[in-house]
Design a protein. Structure first.
Lengths: 113, 112
């Protein structure tokens, strides 16, 4: 069965520091991978997606993610975090044979000045 | 930039009452979805809708749930007889292709 694991429930970083949020997935076929961000009281905003091709994908707000098939991972990175990046981040996996996205439990990012 | 919109933003209802949650997908999108997020839990898929019919549904989406696209712009989720455990944030999503889903801001439903 498909599953997504985000091992870090809560991460705290200082503004200007680099960030890496971890995501591991389990799926038999080639997955579609997504990162969404949810600010307090807001909906889910798509940051970036991977379907195929270049394993390093660029997204909005300066985020990038790298698909590593050998590690079943799709970690989200940002070189320098801004206070406005404080939010909850969700990794999700989809596939060609299903409409549904499977979401991870989310990682809450806190940014200190 | 076009967005998915949802109304109402919050709804409080009594157990056993019917509720209709409304969504206006992005105008050129053809695929429509509902998800829910119970407080403190994962976002869960409920149903997908394409070409005026349900294309996929989860085990959560039982007979008390229904979806409809009553006109060219709205997409609704109806819960016929709400239960306490239906309290959640309900997200609508839409996409031009099946693979990419854009989410609305959600409707927070509280069943008392």
């Amino acid at each position: 069965a498909q599953s997504v694991t985000q091992p870090d429930i809560h991460i705290t970083v200082s503004e200007g520091a680099s960030l890496e949020l971890r995501c591991n997935y389990s799926y038999g076929a080639t997955p579609y991978l997504f990162w969404y961000v949810q600010s307090p009281g807001q909906g889910l905003q798509l940051l970036l997606k991977y379907f195929s091709g270049d394993t390093l994908v660029q997204g909005i707000k300066g985020f990038e993610a790298e698909f590593k098939r050998s590690q079943s991972s799709f970690n989200l990175r940002k070189p320098s975090v801004h206070w406005s990046d404080a939010a909850e981040y969700f990794c999700a996996v989809g596939a060609q044979d299903t409409d549904k996205l499977i979401f991870g439990t989310g990682t809450r990012l806190q940014v200190f000045p | 930039e076009p967005e998915v919109t949802q109304t109402p933003s919050h709804q409080v209802t009594q157990m056993g009452q019917e509720v209709i949650l409304r969504c206006v997908p992005i105008s050129n999108h053809l695929y429509f979805y509902w998800y829910r997020q119970i407080l403190g839990q994962k976002v869960e898929f409920l149903v997908s809708f394409y070409n005026n019919e349900i294309s996929e549904k989860s085990e959560i989406f039982d007979d008390q749930f229904s979806v409809e696209r009553p006109d060219g712009s709205n997409f609704t989720l109806k819960i016929r007889s709400t239960k306490l455990e239906d309290s959640a944030m309900y997200f609508c999503a839409s996409g031009t292709v099946a693979e990419t889903q854009y989410f609305g801001p959600g409707t927070r439903l509280l069943v008392l």
